[in-house]
Write a protein that binds this ligand. Structure first.
Ligand code: ADP
Ligand code: MG
Length: 729
């Protein structure tokens, strides 16, 4: 790591002797008052160290100034110029409807002339002085009239700046930060710069042995260089170290917590003793798939051991997770324990409740539904039965977490679509029993290698096999020129007695995303919609409902959305399930879990408004019966991302491969992607991109805990503090 040693000049940071410590509030910095502090708090910057951990989104390379005469049209560049003249716009043109005349700053260097344009910023005229010398950075336009830059970044060159190449003047590799309204790049840069001396005082969470072995840059060096890199090497070393640190701390947190849980196990109990896997077979009218049988025997083994089960069941839509959950519930019931199954929406909960009721009909186990949609009397009845123990399996929404829900012997907690719940909700339900077995189910396909590491606190079972007879859903990606033909095709399906789903991104013309107020259910906005589609008109469930009802007067067309009353929604779902509705027009309320085998066509309007994983889930609503099924994505968006998503779906059925594609389509550092998978948010790491570092960090974390499970060694003190506080990542 000779590079590190040679770059030890970064210690100029510590030499300066910080007058504040990392934990001090930002108001300790010069120029930060109460108002600014409140704005900064919006982007989670409260203490000085939060500034250090507020990493740049990207950098601008402003090391090599370009002579004005050589500026290229459209290519961002740094120039070093003298100001000849400033011409403010005449004041009489101000006001509404007046032509926009910018302030002009006429500049030059020995190679040519450059005009800087600033609109609506007369006050800026004071920022320039005629005869002064400046760094300007921006995207030049070059035409017959000469070269201009609109709203460039600029900074006056003073004598002290000469020779500095560290991004602290306008030059160097300059950080570009995520901002919030009321804060400018320049201001934030100056704050981070002011906070940098604190970097030398930050606790290094990584034990020195590990830092040496993995050749990682020290914390203080990395924090300084991630903001104002000395050069590419400095930036790369800093980034590597911080990515490693973030992933290592994540692994440590998960594994350490798990180790603690294992050592504190008091409520451990042997469940499912004397039951055999084949007991479950009687619940189902079909043969289990190999993957289902495997998952069920893994679960049975977990339940039969003293330590509580902590298992993630991952399976693509339609892979048959419900059956696995039912088997687990049967094991619990046979051993005298109750099961709670929590689903994210009322529709899903009642559908599950229906399925469970059917499956358990031939057994002694009693099932019930508990959602906030029930009447007060019904709810009271279920609660009492849960308390007395006369109900064995309760299926519900987050209504299950409410304090007045008390179990007599809760032994198993199942959470469906776990990414829709926070960890807190999951734990809230778990607390209602004594160390109950836990099964979390997700249809969000995460590449297995990732899942194993990112859910280090869970064991993972994967349903990587579809029930037999499942056919690929023929998928087309078209523009609205084909819309008529698509609906003609839908008519032919309905003619055959089949049913059709139509999904729109919004409810009505209210302008907000369909947000679907079903508790924890995130709306469309969960994944980034494609950019540059502002001009594309958007279909709404209500608008389409009317249009299609008029188009198909001989069919039953109904609209469904999340703002409807639950009873109303459930009523419509029941009618659709019973086959009384031919065409269901809805928002993403139908996204998760609903299972109607007679529905053979899914039409998604404005498909650019949906993420890839979400489209895959929507498509999973069809192809559940014996008939050939179709999915049509309609979009006029020309955004590349939208087109790639459409093509990916048209050519790929496998959820896991789609997930991988999805990860590769997302830009680096795309936090939305992470959120979609229900994973923690990362500041700098991108688990899809940094999978090699993740594997290393995971291995290192395990090795470290194997030597020092309680993190009691002196050299691990900082690490223990760090994972306890949840700081730094
Ligand atoms: P998931 O929740 O994983 O998306 P479901 O549990 O809703 O999937 O199952 C999808 C459909 O497949 C249901 O209609 C279910 O009855 C059926 N199914 C599940 N397992 C099998 C199997 N082994 N053989 C045939 N059909 C199955
Ligand atoms: Mg399901």
């Amino acid at each position: 790591m000779s590079m590190m040693a040679s770059n030890a000049k970064s210690s100029r940071m510590s030499e300066s002797g910080a007058p504040f410590s990392p934990g001090d509030p930002v108001t300790a910095l010069h120029g930060v008052g109460k108002a600014r502090a409140e704005i900064l708090a919006k982007i989670d910057i409260n203490a000085i160290e939060d500034l250090l951990w507020h990493f740049p989104r990207r950098y601008e390379d402003r090391r090599r100034p370009v002579p004005v005469g050589a500026l290229k049209d459209g290519e961002a560049a740094l120039a070093r110029v003298h100001v000849r003249k400033i011409s403010a716009p005449p004041s009489f043109v101000h006001g509404k409807g007046a032509p926009r005349i910018p302030m002009k700053v006429h500049c030059f260097d020995e190679s040519g002339e450059l005009v800087l344009l600033f609109f609506n910023a007369r006050w800026l005229s004071r920022a320039f002085s005629e005869g002064g010398e400046y760094w300007v950075y921006g995207t030049p336009r070059r035409d017959l009239a000469g070269a201009t830059m609109t709203h460039p970044d600029f900074e006056e060159i003073t004598n002290e700046d000469e020779g500095r190449e560290d991004g602290q003047s306008g030059k160097g590799i300059v950080p570009v930060y995520p901002l919030t309204a009321g804060i400018t790049q320049k201001y934030l840069r100056s704050l981070v710069r002011a906070a940098l001396p604190a970097a030398a005082l930050v606790d290094d969470a990584l034990p020195s042995g590990l830092t040496r072995e993995r050749r990682l840059a020290p914390a203080s060096y990395s924090l300084a260089n991630i903001h104002f890199p000395e050069d590419e090497h400095g930036l790369n070393a800093a980034r590597y170290r911080l990515v490693y640190e973030e992933l290592f701390l994540l692994q440590m947190r998960l594994l350490y917590a798990r180790g603690l849980a294992a050592s504190e196990e008091t409520g451990g109990r042997i469940c499912a003793e004397g039951v055999v896997e084949s007991d479950a077979a009687s619940l189902f009218p079909y043969e289990l798939t190999g993957a289902q049988s495997r998952a069920i025997s893994e679960i049975r083994a977990d339940m039969a051991s003293v330590s509580p089960m902590n298992r993630l069941l991952q399976g693509d839509v339609g892979s048959g997770k419900t059956a696995v959950a039912a088997a687990a519930a049967l094991f619990a019931a046979k051993s005298g324990y109750q099961t709670a199954v929590m689903a994210p929406t009322e529709i899903l909960a009642s559908q599950h409740a229906g399925e469970f009721a059917l499956m358990f009909k031939g057994t002694n186990a009693r099932t019930a539904l508990l959602t906030s949609g029930l009447s007060a009397a019904e709810k009271r009845e279920v609660r009492e039965a849960l308390k007395s123990g006369s109900i064995d399996i309760v299926i519900g929404t987050h209504a299950l977490i409410e304090p007045d829900v008390v179990f007599s012997r809760l032994g198993l907690v199942v959470t469906d679509e776990q990414h829709r719940f926070g960890v807190r909700q999951r734990l809230g339900l778990q607390k209602k029993g004594t160390a109950p077995d836990t099964l979390v189910m997700t249809a969000t396909p995460i590449p297995r290698t990732l899942a194993l590491m990112l859910y280090a606190d869970l064991d993972v079972s994967v349903l990587d096999e579809m029930p037999p007879g499942r056919k690929a859903v023929a998928t087309r990606f078209v523009n609205s020129a084909k819309r008529d033909a698509v609906y003609d095709f839908a008519e032919r399906e309905m003619e055959k007695g089949r049913q059709v789903y139509v999904v729109a991104p919004m409810i009505g013309d209210e302008g907000d995303m369909s947000g679907e107020g079903e508790g924890a259910t995130p709306g469309v906005g969960d994944e980034p919609p494609c950019d540059g589609d502002a001009g594309v008109p958007m279909a709404t469930a209500l608008g389409l409902g009317e249009e299609l009802a008029a188009r198909f007067p001989h069919r039953c067309v109904k609209a469904l959305h999340g703002r409807m009353k639950t009873v109303h929604k459930d009523g419509i779902m029941r009618e659709f399930a019973a086959g009384d509705i031919d065409m269901l027009v809805s928002t993403v309320v139908i996204e998760v879990g609903v299972n109607i085998p007679n529905a053979t066509m899914m039409i998604v309007e404005n498909s650019e408004r949906f993420g890839l994983a979400q489209l895959h889930q929507l498509r999973g609503r069809v192809g559940r019966g014996a008939d050939k099924s179709y999915c049509v994505l309609i979009s006029d968006s020309e955004s590349e991302l939208s087109i790639k998503r459409g093509e990916a779906l048209a050519s790929e059925q496998d959820g896991f491969r789609i997930a991988e594609l999805d990860l590769s389509l997302r830009g680096p550092g795309d936090l939305f992607g992470v959120r979609q998978h229900g994973l923690p948010e990362f500041k700098i790491a991108d688990p899809a991109k940094h999978i090699g570092i993740l594997a290393q960090a995971s291995e290192d974390a395990k090795a470290l805990l194997a030597c020092d499970p309680g993190l009691e060694l002196e050299e691990h003190a900082a690490l223990r503090r760090m994972i306890g506080e949840g700081k730094g990542s």
